[in-house]
Every structure is written in C-alpha cells, then in structure tokens.
Ligand binder design. Structure first.
Ligand SMILES: NC(=O)c1ccc[n+]([C@@H]2O[C@H](COP(=O)([O-])OP(=O)(O)OC[C@H]3O[C@@H](n4cnc5c(N)ncnc54)[C@H](O)[C@@H]3O)[C@@H](O)[C@H]2O)c1
Length: 366
C-alpha cells in the first residue's frame, strides 16, 4: 500500500489523563506522525491540550471532527462507555483507528466494528499494547525455545488501588465505577491480554468476585476529596482460565491492592520459572529460574544475551507505530481487534461465571 513521506495525521479523541500521559507527548517520538487535532466533549480540555502540545485544531464532538478535519488516523482515548459510538463513527468515515480498551461493551458490537473496518479497508488496532512489549516477547521466545521446559501454568496479578487512589487526573473518576466500566474492563483486560498473548486462546472460565470497598474518596487531582458510591460492580476478581491447549491460568485483578510485592506475572514450566518482578514498562527482561541438571544449572540465571530482541518500547503510544506499519505494509497489526474481541468475550462472560458459580465456555478465537 502507499508509503507516506509526510507525517501521518493523527486526531486524538478524549483529552483526559491517559491521552495526556501517553499519547499527546509521544506521537512524534513514536512514529512519522503528528497530532493535527484533538476532540473532547469538555471543550476546555481540548483547548488546554492544543495549547500544551501546539496542536492546531480542536473539536467538541466527533461528528464535527470528522466533518471538518483532515486526518488519517484517530486514537479513541475517551471514557470507556463512549468507545463504540466513537469507533463506529470513525471507521464509518473511512479513517484508520486505534481504540483504547475495551473497544466495545459486547462481542457483537466489536464484531460490528471489525466488519466495518474491513468493508472500509481501514486498519483497526485495539490496545492494550502487551503483545508489543519487549519483556513479553522475550518470555514468549524463551517458552518457545524450551528454557523452562514444558510450560504448565501462568499467573498474573494485575491490580492497583483504584483510579481515584493511584492515578492523578483532572476529570471526575466516578465513571470508572459505573455500569459499562469497572475494574474488570479497566484492569482485567491487561491481565487477560498478557496471559492470552503467552498461552493463546481460552476454552473456559470460572470466577470469584467481590466489592471490597463500597465507598471511595478521590485522593488526588481536581476532584480530590469527592466521595463516590462504588458498590455497583465488583472491584476484585479472581479469574481461572483453561486454555485451548489444555494448560491453566489465573488472573487476579481489580482496584483492591493499595500495594503489593507479588510479581505481576509468573510462568511456570516443568524445568523452571519466568518471573516479572516489576510493573510493566519497567521490566528490562524477566527473571528466569532454570532446573537443568544436565548442565549443572539449578537457580536464577541472567538473560543478558538473548537474540532477535524486539524494539524496546518508549511509551504506550507505540500502538501508533503498529497501525502505521500495518497501513504502509498492508498487513495485519500486532494488536488485532480479534484478540481484543476474545478478551472482551471473557470479560462479558465473567458475570455469568460469578453468578452461576459454574465454568463458562468460550466461543471466539484469535
Ligand atoms: N494503561 C492503560 O492502558 C490505561 C490506563 C488508563 C486509562 N486507559 C483507558 O484510556 C481511556 C480514557 O481513560 P482516562 O483515564 O484518560 O479517563 P479520563 O476520564 O481522564 O478522560 C476521558 C476523557 O474523554 C472525554 N470524553 C468522554 N466522552 C467523550 C466523547 N464522546 N467524545 C470525546 N471525548 C469524550 C472526557 O471528557 C475526558 O476528558 C479509557 O478507555 C481507559 O480504559 C488505559
């Protein structure tokens, strides 16, 4: 497909915490791209982003952005509940799209988006970005090369203390605890993407969940001190997974760990363990324990000289590089919407698993 000598023109939709932390400051650093417009239903936030990052245009609605702005790629980083409507509008307008998670609230909606992207011949990338991570790719390669022998199970701890506690934002964080959002779609999505990146599609799930804190107080930012009722949806999930390959996994996720010393991710094999001891983006490479009596090794080893290492990530705006590679090479992105749909199906079926206390079967693949 076409190669672009001039920078790709990007529009960022939603100018909240994440756009300011990861996308707006990194667009030029991550790819041959520039931000030509921002959009937020709160105009002051869009105007503020324009001033801060020298962006020429701002809009208060996606419709106006589509009508008036000349852009190639949109990044939807608005509140979770707004994603489906925004994504359908962007894809329908024939623009390439990166969607923040979850891209939709049901599998059917995301299928609608995937089909629309195909019919418009545009590229569609869904984050999180874990399959692009250097350390995850190193672990994947190690598993493939038999460093820990036959892998047996995987365990992921994906938690923080809550968006009102852990993150600074000027926007009101109440929406994180409302229907359609919540800890599962905000945090669980990361754990589920990581374990499926390493162990593949899931066959069945079961889950325990609880509300650990039914009233929270915002602890930073413009809404510091605001009390919120947070008892509508669970803030703690313990998800058990059986993968299609017969192996098992566990994802502990939620807004209920103010601090932890648990490794974020461990992969166990018959001959060793791969351990991620630091939060993601901070792991240089995972720690590895090998039990290899033939070579006289029984202990934690250094993984310094691994070959074919993927590029190191600068920021979570690396997804822009992924979509531009897919556009320029006319190929599939690494961060496919089909993988996102599989994770969405898990998240949509978790309430059934909790309520019934039974194991629930999966349908989608990636
Ligand atoms: N590590 C991660 O991957 C990570 C971390 C935090 C947030 N996120 C994701 O980023 C997205 C935004 O989260 P945030 O923390 O920045 O939230 P936020 O509340 O700080 O910002 C959301 C912004 O979207 C705007 N908005 C809402 N509806 C809109 C619409 N229809 N059109 C345009 N703008 C609209 C709001 O006014 C607000 O400014 C969510 O999807 C969230 O899941 C990802």
């Amino acid at each position: 497909m076409m190669m672009n000598n001039r920078p790709w023109r990007v529009a960022v939709i939603g100018c909240g915490m994440f756009a300011n932390a990861q996308y707006l400051p990194n667009i030029k650093k991550e790819a041959n791209a520039e931000c030509v417009a921002v959009c937020d239903i709160v105009p002051e936030r869009a105007q503020q982003a324009c001033r801060k990052y020298g962006i020429p245009e701002w809009y208060a609605s996606v419709e106006e952005l589509i009508e008036k702005c000349d852009f190639d790629i949109a990044i939807d980083v608005a509140s979770i509940q707004a994603h489906h409507e925004i994504n359908m509008a962007i894809l329908g307008a024939g623009k390439h799209l990166i969607s923040q998670k979850p891209a939709a609230s049901t599998v059917e909606e995301l299928t609608e988006q995937i089909e629309l992207a195909k019919s418009k011949s545009v590229k569609f990338v869904c984050v999180p970005i874990h399959p692009m991570r250097y350390d995850i790719n190193v672990a994947k390669q190690m598993i493939h090369d038999g460093v820990i022998g036959e892998p047996t199970y995987i365990k992921c701890n994906m938690e923080h203390g809550g968006p009102e506690y852990f993150q600074y934002r000027d926007a009101d964080p109440s929406w994180f605890f409302e229907k359609g959002a919540g800890a599962l779609v905000d945090m669980g999505v990361h754990g589920l993407q990581i374990v499926t990146t390493l162990f593949g599609p899931v066959k069945s799930i079961s889950c325990l969940a609880a509300v650990t804190d039914g009233e929270r107080t915002v602890r930073s930012g413009a809404y510091n001190g605001l009390k919120m009722k947070t008892d509508i949806i669970p803030d703690e999930y313990m998800i058990c997974l059986t993968f299609k390959n017969g192996k098992i996994g566990f994802v502990d996720t939620g807004f209920s760990q103010k601090a932890t010393k648990t490794p974020q991710l461990e992969i166990y094999g018959r001959e060793g363990t791969i351990s991620f001891t630091k939060p993601y983006m901070e792991n240089k490479r995972p720690d590895v324990y090998m039990d290899c009596p033939q070579r006289g090794i029984r202990g934690w080893i250094s993984t310094e000289s691994w070959e074919s290492i993927p590029k190191k990530l600068i920021s979570q705006c690396c997804c822009l590089r992924d979509i531009i590679d897919a556009i320029e090479g006319d190929c599939e992105p690494v961060l496919t919407p089909e993988h996102a749909r599989h994770i969405l199906e898990i998240m949509c079926k978790i309430p059934d698993a909790i309520e019934s206390g039974c194991t629930v079967q999966m349908k989608t693949e990636f």
